[in-house]
Each structure stands twice: as structure tokens, then as C-alpha cells.
Design a protein around this ligand. Structure first.
Ligand SMILES: Nc1nc2c(ncn2[C@@H]2O[C@H](COP(=O)(O)OP(=O)(O)OP(=O)(O)O)[C@@H](O)[C@H]2O)c(=O)[nH]1
Ligand SMILES: [Mg+2]
Length: 451
């Protein structure tokens, strides 16, 4: 214990956070009660300490978002808590942001929900692709603001403002040019990734993707499924497995995509973990991160992970939104996974299954943390993956035939292999494309005596 005698520990802790990281969170709703839980989590994920909060239920004020009395209250709260930022969980327009800022003490920043999410993404962007996506989202956020300024300046006939008009038009052009450059680069990255997916499919892998809201437990489940094969003798063959994506009780822990091998009984599965969904994102932000979700949309099977410890209505809402997002672009089968069942008692789980049977007909219940239900999940993955074809080839004995047999071992599941003096028989199951290639390779083989 550091046994301090000087007053309340909480205050002492708060003092150590720099002012610009001390934030007041605020939210307005038209009716009902404003819920600050998510914006608090987002603020924490971005590294802010929430030192005060304020809510209001009323219709939107065009100038200030909140009522003027409430803005005065906000100013007092900011002063009292010595906050350096106000985080507003509403879609705050550029003028509203400016107006609120004008009422606050000098230097206090006004941040809206989307800017906050962008800030988190910016901090976590650790690949070229993630950085490009963050840049793209920022530019798309700026563009309508630059357009508004340019058209205002153009409308203004006063000669002194003409120069400003030209200036702002060039800013707008510059933003558009940067957007198109970033799009080109993202497209070429996407093409490379698509080629890699195809190559992996050709090698006999099934591609399984984890999807779901942020903090549902995707990364923890990924580690669990990958770890399932990482026992004893396999341990040193996959040294990277225990350093997979990190997990924290925090929104948007994972931003990039991570792919790991997860051997099932027969199938060779590549499991991809990626960025989580979050509610109420504007379309430009979703579109900017679209290609991150390509690995989900182009998978052979999607595991939709839901935090089953949340209230049933929240689960329903997230399931419905996730299904809409997925089915719009994705043709692969979706298996719903109820995660964190270690936090529920069996009765509660049964109730939730029943209540959600319309949106999640046959979910697999697991705890990624304890491993409960994970074996059943692996069986479901194998059952839901697109069917393999059966084939039985009789080959002449030759070096080429031997290398074809080992190719088949690598790309499918061999259950019969017998050798006679002049021929090899190999029976196997594999993806239709692999079977087709094995057949054509076999047709090209010539008996040993004629080579
Ligand atoms: N009790 C319990 N906690 C879990 C379980 N699975 C995950 N968690 C916790 O939930 C939090 C989020 O887990 P992650 O695996 O990071 O979630 P995620 O879906 O990858 O989140 P993002 O990367 O932010 O989208 C962490 O604190 C985990 O320890 C579970 O089965 N039971
Ligand atoms: Mg994650």
C-alpha cells in the first residue's frame, strides 16, 4: 500500500490526468432518458478520464444542440471539474460545435461521437491499410465542411471575400484528390487480399470469419479456437498462436485483421478476427472501413458473436443490425454464437434462447473465457462449412503419382490409401475445386514403365 494520508484517493488520481484528457460527457435525447454507458466506454477507449456528465431530454436546439440553460450548466461543470474536453454523444453539426465551444472556457475542445471513434481508430491504426482508412474517414468528415465554406464564400459578393472563395475551392479540390488517391490505394490492397484469399482456398483452407459488435469476445474466441490445436506436440509448431490479438474490456480493441490457423477434425480452417460493429455510425464512416470487413463478407462461414450477458433487448437489437449488415453483402452461412455464458445461470440462457429464437434460430452457447461449449462450436463449424466432394483415384506408381498423393494429403482429407505393385489407390474428401484439380493432375500421369 502506498498509504497516502492526504485526502480522497479518487481526487488525487484525477489530478494526475492531464487537463486535455479530462472530459465531460454529454448527451441529448428527444424523449426518454439519455444513456451514457457507451459514450463513457468510448471515451475510456480513447484514453479520456470522464470527470463529469450531463444529459438533457428535449428537442434539438438548432444553434447549440442543447438548450441554452443547459449549455450554461455545461460551462459550470467544465469549470468545476477542470475538464479539457467535452464529448457530445450526438451528431453535432459544425456550427453547433463552434457555438458550444464559444460558451466554454478557453481551450476546451468539443468532440462528437464520430470524431471520438476516429480518434480511437487513429490511435490503433498499425497497418498501412488501417491508416489509410482512418485518413479516408477524416477527409470524408471534412469534405462537406469545406464545401459549405466554399459555397458561402462564393455567395458573398463582397470583393474582399472573393479570394477566400477561391482558396476554399482549392481546399475542397485538394480533399477530393486525396480521397481518390486513398481509394485507389485501398482498392489495390483489397485486390491483393482477394488474391491471397483465393490462394488460400486453392490450398484447401476454409475461410471462417468472426463478426459481431465490439467487445462481444471475438478475439478471445479466436484465441480459444486457435489454442484448441495448440496442445502438447503442436505447441512448438505454432509459436505465434499465444500472441494472437489482445483482449481488453474496452471498445475497439481490435482494428486490423488477424488470421490464424484453426485445425478442425477434417477441415483446415483459417480464422479471421476483425474490427467490431458499433451502433449509430454515419455511412461515411462505415464505408471508410468497408474493406476491413471484406474478410467477413468473403468468408466461407461467418461466426456472429454476441455477448449473451447483455440484456435480451440489447442482444436482439445487435442481432438484427448485424444480420442486416451481413446479409446485404455476404452469402456465406452465418452461425450465431452466444458468448460469455459463464456469466449466466442455465435458466437465464434458456430464456434468452427462447426470446431470441426468431433472430437467432439455433445459436451455439459458449464461454470463450472458460472454454465451455467450444467443442460443440467446432463441430458446428465443420457441419456448416460447404460440403466436400468424395473421390477415389487409382494412379500408376511413379514419383509424380507420389507427389500427387502428398498434394492430396495437404489439400483434403485422405481416408484410404493402398499400394499394389503397379498402382496406388487414394480415396479422399476435399473441396470441389481441389477434387477437380486432383482429377486433372491424375489424368496427366503416365504409367511408370513408359517414363
Ligand atoms: N466473462 C467472460 N468474459 C469474456 C468472455 N469472452 C470475452 N470476455 C471479455 O470480454 C472483453 C472483450 O473481449 P474481446 O475478445 O477483446 O472482444 P472483441 O469482440 O474482440 O472486442 P473488439 O476487438 O473491441 O471488437 C474482454 O475483457 C474479455 O476478457 C467470456 O466468455 N466470458
Ligand atoms: Mg477484438
Amino acid at each position: 500500500m502506498t498509504g497516502s494520508v492526504e485526502g480522497a484517493g479518487a481526487d488525487a488520481d484525477a489530478e494526475s490526468v492531464p487537463r486535455e484528457r479530462r472530459a465531460v460527457v454529454a448527451k441529448r435525447v428527444d424523449s426518454g432518458e439519455a444513456d451514457l454507458a457507451e459514450i463513457r466506454q468510448l471515451a475510456a477507449a480513447a484514453g479520456y478520464e470522464v470527470v463529469g456528465e450531463l444529459t438533457q431530454t428535449r428537442t434539438e436546439d438548432a444553434a447549440f444542440m442543447f438548450g441554452e440553460g443547459k449549455v450554461a450548466e455545461l460551462r459550470e461543470l467544465v469549470r468545476r471539474t477542470d475538464a479539457g474536453a467535452v464529448i457530445v454523444d450526438n451528431d453535432v453539426g459544425p456550427y453547433q460545435t463552434f457555438n458550444i465551444g464559444g460558451e466554454l472556457p478557453e481551450g476546451v475542445e468539443v468532440i462528437d461521437r464520430f470524431t471520438l471513434i476516429l480518434e480511437i481508430f487513429g490511435q490503433r491504426a498499425d497497418t498501412r491499410k488501417a491508416q489509410l482508412q482512418v485518413d479516408l474517414a477524416e477527409l470524408r468528415y471534412e469534405l462537406p465542411r469545406a464545401e459549405a465554406k466554399a459555397s458561402l464564400a462564393k455567395r458573398d459578393e463582397r470583393p474582399g471575400f472573393m479570394g477566400l472563395g477561391e482558396y476554399d475551392e482549392s481546399v475542397e479540390r485538394d480533399i477530393k484528390r486525396q480521397i481518390s488517391e486513398i481509394r485507389d490505394e485501398l482498392e489495390s490492397i483489397a485486390e491483393k487480399e482477394e488474391a491471397r484469399r483465393e490462394q488460400r482456398r486453392d490450398s484447401g483452407f476454409d475461410l471462417v470469419a468472426l463478426a459481431g459488435y465490439t467487445n462481444a469476445g471475438k478475439s478471445t474466441l479466436m484465441r480459444r479456437l486457435a489454442a484448441e490445436i495448440d496442445v502438447d506436440e503442436n505447441a512448438d509448431r505454432h509459436p505465434d498462436l499465444d500472441t494472437t490479438a489482445e483482449s481488453q474490456d474496452m471498445l475497439f480493441t481490435t482494428l486490423g485483421t488477424t488470421t490464424r490457423r484453426a485445425e478442425m477434425e477434417k477441415r483446415d480452417v483459417l480464422l479471421t478476427d476483425t474490427v467490431g460493429f458499433i451502433a449509430d455510425l454515419p455511412h461515411w464512416l462505415v464505408e471508410s472501413f468497408e474493406s476491413t470487413l471484406d474478410s467477413v463478407y468473403r468468408a466461407d462461414l461467418v461466426l456472429l458473436v454476441v455477448d449473451a450477458s447483455e440484456p435480451v433487448e440489447e442482444m436482439r437489437e445487435k442481432l438484427v443490425t448485424s444480420h442486416d449488415t451481413l446479409y446485404e453483402r455476404n452469402e456465406a452461412p452465418v452461425v450465431t454464437v452466444f458468448n460469455k455464458i459463464d456469466r449466466l445461470d442455465p435458466g437465464e440462457l434458456a430464456d434468452k434462447r427462447g426470446a431470441l429464437s426468431g433472430v437467432a434460430p439455433d445459436p451455439v452457447a459458449v464461454s470463450a473465457e472458460t472454454g465451455a461449449g467450444v467443442a460443440e462450436l467446432r463441430d458446428r463449424v465443420e457441419a456448416e462449412l460447404p460440403d466436400w466432394e468424395r473421390e477415389r483415384l487409382v494412379l500408376p506408381v511413379s514419383d509424380e503419382a507420389m507427389s500427387l498423393v502428398s498434394w492430396i494429403h495437404d489439400h483434403g482429407h485422405v481416408d484410404e490409401e493402398s499400394y499394389a505393385s503397379d498402382q496406388v489407390t487414394v480415396g479422399f474428401e476435399a473441396k470441389p475445386s481441389v477434387v477437380a484439380r486432383a482429377r486433372s493432375k491424375a489424368a496427366g500421369l503416365v504409367p511408370a514403365e513408359s517414363t
